[in-house]
Design a protein around this ligand. Sequence first.
Ligand SMILES: *Cc1c(COP(=O)(O)O)cnc(C)c1O
Length: 353
Amino acid sequence: MTTLIDLASDTLTSPSAGMRAFMARAPVGDEQRQEDPSVNALQERVAALLGKEAALYLPSATMANAIAVKTHTRPGDEVVLERTAHIVTSEAGGTALLSGAMVYVIDGVRGVFTEQQVVDAIRRDDPHCARTRLVCVEQTSNQGGGTVWPVARLHAVAEAAHRHGLRTHMDGARVMNAAVASGIPAAEHARGYDSVTFCLTKGLGCPVGALLAGERAFITEARRYKHMFGGAMRQAGIIAAAGLYALDHNVERLAQDHTHAKILARGLAEIPGIAIDVAHVETNLVFFDVAGTGLTAKEAVERLLARGVRMGATGRTRIRAVTHMDVSQQDVERAVEIAREVWGRARAGAPGE
Ligand SMILES: *Cc1c(COP(=O)(O)O)cnc(C)c1O
């Protein structure tokens, strides 16, 4: 039995030997007192990378999003989000509990919406209505298919939001994938966004950590919620160092993940019964539909896993495969071969293994 080819998520990477060695040497201090030099250095670097005044180191991107919503809103306010946004689908309803905010979902195209949709979502200024306060975009859109929002559209949405007195937040968990795929610096993507979530544990390959960036006054307020939510740490430099290492070593290589995703998508497209939009595989996320094989997504991923390849069922017949640092081109090619064997046979009516 060969080792697992794990395409379930880009969060599955193990810190490399180089990253571990760098972490072991990191200078540290008390992070709660803002005396950890490695945390401080990472915050400054990420703030500069995103074109913001300041950034706050946090345990997770989920916490970064929760703190952003909390800082931007008051209870009873409404937040405009795309239906498939991570904040809506995968953050345990935190917007309701932690911020007491309403969520107004709009339907985008592969996760991307228009400035007109934002304007249309704003409720009238009337005592009957919640106060529309914040609009969030996700760059790249995860469930949209790893879609890269065109920078012009990002700017148009932010401008429309600000014109109507709304705040803007970018869930940029994979904003570096967007930057590498588009060739446009992350700060340009983030321009016009009052806050940006930045995740270290996806394609950047860190074991832990995320940041929230914004103006200095916003980050000062966000720091209070960081403490309240239990996100203030002590000698966190030992983990923040992984982020510093990743920014030096793991950003440009995201292009390889994108190439591998395209190889995977093209290979899957040739399997009878698989429906996939290869042209829209823009980054490292590959979504496709197995309805034509006669299998459900759950059955399809189980059969694949039995042969040493893991992908994730994200709908009744929808599957997500993700490329990352710990899968090679050879792994991806092998995954396609195995998928062809196990799913091709299903369609022919042969019993499953
Ligand atoms: C993974 C992810 C998050 C949350 O990241 P964690 O660090 O796992 O909490 C937020 N937003 C998007 C778009 C993500 O893909």
